[in-house]
Ligand binder design. Structure first.
Ligand code: ATP
Length: 531
């Protein structure tokens, strides 16, 4: 018997009804174990409100307004209380069709599909469908709890589940393997050509002396380039390029494929690197310019001329049939050097001297780059992990936050949604906590575009404020984190201002409440910052 959508809805209601973590995990585990193999991944995406895998480029592109238009808003109490036998797979299938509709006439097509879906749903099912569409589940189950529930339900070691998640980054697929093959299946998840893995991440470094000490007296300093992370897989005649979110971007940067074919001296390789946009003299351009390139899939030749890109490589994960991730940074870099020409490698020095590190940082920022990365010479490549093996050193303090609401502006900003409510994420429950508001740092053009984008994400509104689906991630600079009763989170940012819109980040990657608390504490430990 296929699993009915109403069973998933009942689970959501039960999850909403309890605050107890153990109970939530038990409910989730029982439900997941009751599913057929093919239902597991779709159910996980629906429960997390992502609809598809986070690596899947598809989106529904449905606004609150269009839901209202097809009568999928709140149903009157007198109608539609009975379900029409919708199954989990059917709901997933209909969402796939909605996402597929594109181009001329797609709004109507999406509307018709949604109308059919909501007509078959009971009132409670419609409520949960709306929450799924807007990624607003609020039942307290985020990625962290899902991973714990999987290790309990599948009776597999939690570390093994976490390791597998770092490789795949696809919770639905991971759940399927954990629940149907257990530990045996999870161990097999590792590095393979043309299967991108989560990139290794960095922690914010405090000062050179502590990070050099952390790296046993010597560290590898590399330019921190302000571009887009790329993972490049080369296998014989084929080259495929993946973004930080493991989405394929090969087609938007064909010149990189050509370059890899021409310049790399290895039959098979997986590289980690960064692509930056440059002007005609090769100087780095702002990140926003590069994003224009990545959005383009048509008329690529034109944008190749308008926004030239340059590739820098900084790691080698695989070479000629062999995974290198367990080798040390030193050894991986040696292999990288053997197969890549010098001008493809990120500028770097190895040092234990603070003065040398400081002048290298100056050199990087003067050349238009963001700062430095400091990498431990002895460290393996740990996919998806953020730790002390890699530090990033940036002159300004910033947080990546999610816009969850916006106030209508007045005066010069009349007619624009202009004061943005900025939230960090609770990684365990998936909830968002507001820690500040700002209207500073955007251009008029960006205000206009943001107003449009936010209206498409509208969930509810009052005369002053529009609440939106948490989707847009922005980088915010600030001077200080303060304790404050003003927001439920208990924290507030002082002098928050926009530095950029992070189109390359999903809300899942926004900074967390845990990180915020940590940064707050650290303000008292360290005075000043790396100059
Ligand atoms: P940020 O917001 O500072 O870009 P992030 O959250 O995107 O950080 P982090 O792991 O914290 O990711 O910082 C490393 C990022 O910096 C990488 O994802 C990559 O895109 C970029 N980067 C630039 N130069 C390098 C380099 N030499 N080595 C590693 N990453 C680099």
């Amino acid at each position: 018997m296929p699993t009915s959508f109403s069973q998933l809805v009942q689970l959501c209601q039960r999850l909403e009804g309890t605050q107890k973590r153990k109970e939530k995990m038990r409910l989730l585990g029982d439900f997941l174990l009751s599913l057929h193999e093919g239902e597991i991944a779709p159910a996980v995406y629906l429960l997390l409100g992502t609809i598809f895998s986070t690596q899947d480029p598809r989106t529904l592109d449905v606004s609150w307004k269009s839901l209202q238009e097809v009568g999928a808003g709140v149903k009157p109490a007198s109608t539609g209380s009975a379900s029409d036998g919708l199954t989990v797979l059917e709901v997933h299938q209909i969402f796939s069709e909605v996402a597929k509709a594109s181009g001329k006439g797609s709004r109507k097509e999406k509307g018709e599909l949604l109308e059919k879906l909501f007509n078959r749903a009971s009132r409670e099912e419609a409520r949960i469908l709306r929450k799924i569409i807007f990624g607003e589940m609020r039942h307290g189950v985020g990625e962290g709890m899902m991973l714990k529930a999987l290790s309990e339900a599948g009776d597999v070691d939690h570390q093994l589940v976490e390791r597998a998640q770092m490789f795949t980054g696809d919770l639905g697929e991971l759940a399927r393997i954990a629940l149907t093959q257990g530990g045996v299946g999870l161990v097999k998840i590792s590095l393979h050509l043309f299967h991108p893995v989560q990139p290794m991440l960095a922690q914010l470094g405090e000062d050179f002396s502590s990070l050099i000490a952390e790296h046993q007296g010597k560290t590898a300093l590399e330019y921190k380039l302000d571009g887009a992370r790329v993972q490049i897989h080369k296998g014989g005649k084929e080259v495929r390029i993946f973004s930080r979110h493991l989405k394929e971007v090969t087609e938007s940067i064909p010149e990189i494929t050509t370059q890899i074919h021409k310049e790399i001296q290895a039959k098979e390789a997986i590289f980690d690197g960064e692509v930056i946009a440059t002007n005609s003299q090769g100087k780095p351009l702002p990140f926003q310019e590069l994003m224009r390139r990545f959005r383009r899939v048509h008329k690529v030749e034109l944008s190749m001329k308008e926004v030239p890109v340059r590739l820098f490589l900084f790691d080698l994960l695989y070479m000629n049939g062999r995974s290198l991730i367990d080798l040390s940074y030193k050894e991986r870099w040696k292999c990288l050097k053997e197969i890549s020409p010098e001008d493809l490698l990120v500028p770097r020095i190895i040092t234990g001297e603070i003065s040398e590190a400081k002048s290298f940082l100056k050199e990087a920022t003067i050349s238009g780059h963001e700062g430095l990365m400091a990498k431990s010479l002895e460290s393996p490549y740990t996919p998806g992990a953020r730790g002390k093996r890699w530090f990033k050193i940036k002159p300004a303090e910033t947080l990546d936050l999610v816009i969850v609401a916006a106030d209508w502006g007045s005066g010069r900003r009349e007619g624009w949604l202009s004061n943005y409510h900025l939230a960090c994420r609770d990684s365990e429950t998936g909830e968002y906590w507001v820690i500040g508001k700002t209207f500073k740092g955007l251009t008029d053009e960006e205000f206009i575009q943001m107003t449009k984008d936010l209206q498409n994400l509208k969930i509810s509104e009052t005369p002053y404020t529009v609440s939106v689906k948490p989707q847009i991630v922005v980088e915010i600079a600030y001077n200080e984190i303060q304790r404050s009763p003003k927001y439920e989170s208990g924290f507030a940012l002082r002098f928050a201002r926009f530095t950029r819109i992070r189109e390359d980040k999903t809300p899942r990657e926004a900074d967390t409440l845990t990180r915020l608390k940590d940064l707050y504490q650290r303000q008292f430990q360290y005075k000043g910052r790396i100059e």
